[in-house]
Ligand binder design. Sequence first.
Ligand SMILES: Cc1ncc(COP(=O)(O)O)c(C=O)c1O
Ligand SMILES: N[C@@H](CCOP(=O)(O)O)C(=O)O
Length: 427
Amino acid sequence: MDFHLPQQGNPVKPNPAALRYGLGPEVDGGTPTAGSPWRQVFDERAANPPIWSISSDKMLLDNSGVWRYRELILPAPERFVVTRPEGNTGLYPVGIENTASGRAGHRQIGAYAGLERFFLKHEGENPTGSFKDRGMTVGVTMANMLGAKAVACASTGNTSASLASYAAQAGLEGIVFLPAGNVSAGKLAQSLAYGARTVQIDGDFDDAMRLVEQVCNELGIYLLNSLNPFRVEGQKAIGFEILQQLDWQAPDWLVLPAGNLGNTSAIGKAFRQAYNLSLISHMPRIASIQAAGANPFYKSFKQGFAQRESVQADTVATAIRIGNPVSYTRARRVIEESDGIVEQVTDEEILAAKAVIDRAGIGCEPASATTLAGVRKLVAQGIIKRDEQVVGILTGNLLKDSKTGIPQTVAGGSVKATIEAVRSVLL
Ligand SMILES: Cc1ncc(COP(=O)(O)O)c(C=O)c1O
Ligand SMILES: N[C@@H](CCOP(=O)(O)O)C(=O)O
């Protein structure tokens, strides 16, 4: 099946049925034109998702917020695809203008950020509670296609939870390397429950990353960290889904937490492709936010990327306690191409922002709150303008870490099981 990009001023009417099973276009090339036929394909799929059912002969890809965009990600034969499905996560309008007619709780977030038009994309609503599922469905599908027997990763907890789930679904052995004592209990429980072989390293994430790469090379195990290009291909779907939810009107800014830098790389690539395919008319600027105690990318950015930095990482946001990010080069390209920025925020700023998101009833894990802390700082500095449209990513679910930044006791303890006692507490 041939599909040609439309020439400038000569749009080609697509045939969605023919496209559905075909190979995608050359998505990194192409000239932006007035409109893209791909919009119609993706919008039709989103509007008419089939009823979800898991059956080996009829995997319904259009239900997945990743596989709906398969021509731009990986046109895999359906029988190999491992999906729960992922994506279709909420995009919450939380800006002051967005919430003018209600949702006072959400407006607190817009007021804290200082933004009129602000949206939070909650990737903690994915099947295992983080954005990693978007990349993992594609990575594990590829492992399946290649006939791998075992898959492995190093992790601060979310990648391992996701790998463990998808490997188990595919019937592959899952192996995860974790920094001992530095993974939240909820995330560790996920890996154990899904049956991954869990190796605790007496070291940090960067030690675990170095070791897993070595082991995978020596033993022929399929590596599923974001070094794996198919992981990044899947994570691009966050970008496509945001654009689709905004009716293909690109925001001015996309702000996200940054650790190993796979997500910065993926979302930047998605926007580049969307622009090249005329899905959008301009590239959003990308702001990657690091914890001040785990800030190698910020340090490099501050020197105009003159040299790559690494640090001994330490932050309350354990998910991004990463000192030597593996996707540095790809992420640097994204920041440079999008006229983006890298900022850092302190642990205090992260926890304060998390409290605002939690109290608004949305909730997130600590690393995700880096986004709001970063937006607030960039607005205060005048880098993001108050009337610009901003999308921030919340990367992980509140329940991922039930200890950090959450009260651990109930005020007042327990009360007697009588109406008088309950009244006395409430009045
Ligand atoms: C919850 C959460 N947020 C943010 C990040 C950072 O993403 P990345 O490593 O792709 O930069 C991670 C993992 O590193 C994470 O688990
Ligand atoms: N925060 C990550 C770190 C490694 O992730 P990757 O996406 O670079 O593979 C985690 O959850 O482990």
